[in-house]
Ligand binder design. Structure first.
Ligand code: COA
Length: 143
């Protein structure tokens, strides 16, 4: 089930994000700030009392940014990220966002495929976004 992230989830969420980002700019305190922020909708997918996935949406006037999406390895390919993205896109619409954007590593074919299923399109490349030689695509979806 999808529920709002709570401060008690911060350590698990941080581990989840760190496990794929490695030298992530996030830390546990930042995760708590994100969870608490009135400009962010942060959700987890919980199964058998375990946090299986996390995602959040930053609302910035008429724009929204999808961020931090990650599913724990053993829960992948079960449609969980799909449910979270669906939920957050609905939330963006309800908040009157006109465009949702996100950054994703140019080699992250799984995530790119997920976003393209929702109608996101690549609009530009940010060189060295994740460190030297690690480029990112910027994807947007307009409502
Ligand atoms: C990307 C990620 C969040 C997908 O999570 P998930 O819960 O496994 O995703 P879903 O089961 O909902 O899959 C949805 C779609 O994603 C794509 N996808 C997921 N895993 C994939 C893989 N290994 N290879 C190719 N496409 C994949 C497919 O389009 C899939 O749709 P399909 O099942 O109809 O083929 C997960 O692989 C992950 O946590 N990766 C590490 C973190 C990350 O890269 N996050 C994105 C940061 S921008």
């Amino acid at each position: 089930m999808i529920r709002f992230a709570e401060k008690k989830d911060a350590a698990v969420i941080f581990d989840l994000v760190q496990s794929f980002e490695g030298d992530t700019p996030w830390n546990e305190a930042m995760v708590k700030e994100v969870i608490d922020s009135s400009e962010v909708i942060a959700v987890v997918y919980e199964e058998d009392n375990t946090v299986a996935a996390f995602a959040c949406l930053h609302l910035i006037d008429k724009e929204a940014e999808l961020d931090g999406i990650a599913t724990e390895k053993k829960f992948r390919k079960k449609g969980i990220a799909t449910q979270l993205v669906q939920y957050l896109l609905e939330a963006a619409k309800k908040s009157c966002a006109e465009v949702v954007f996100l950054e994703v590593g140019t080699d992250n074919t799984a995530a790119i495929s997920l976003y393209e299923k929702f109608g996101f399109t690549i609009v530009r490349t940010r060189k060295n976004y994740y460190g030297k030689g690690k480029n990112a695509f910027v994807l947007i979806k307009e409502f």
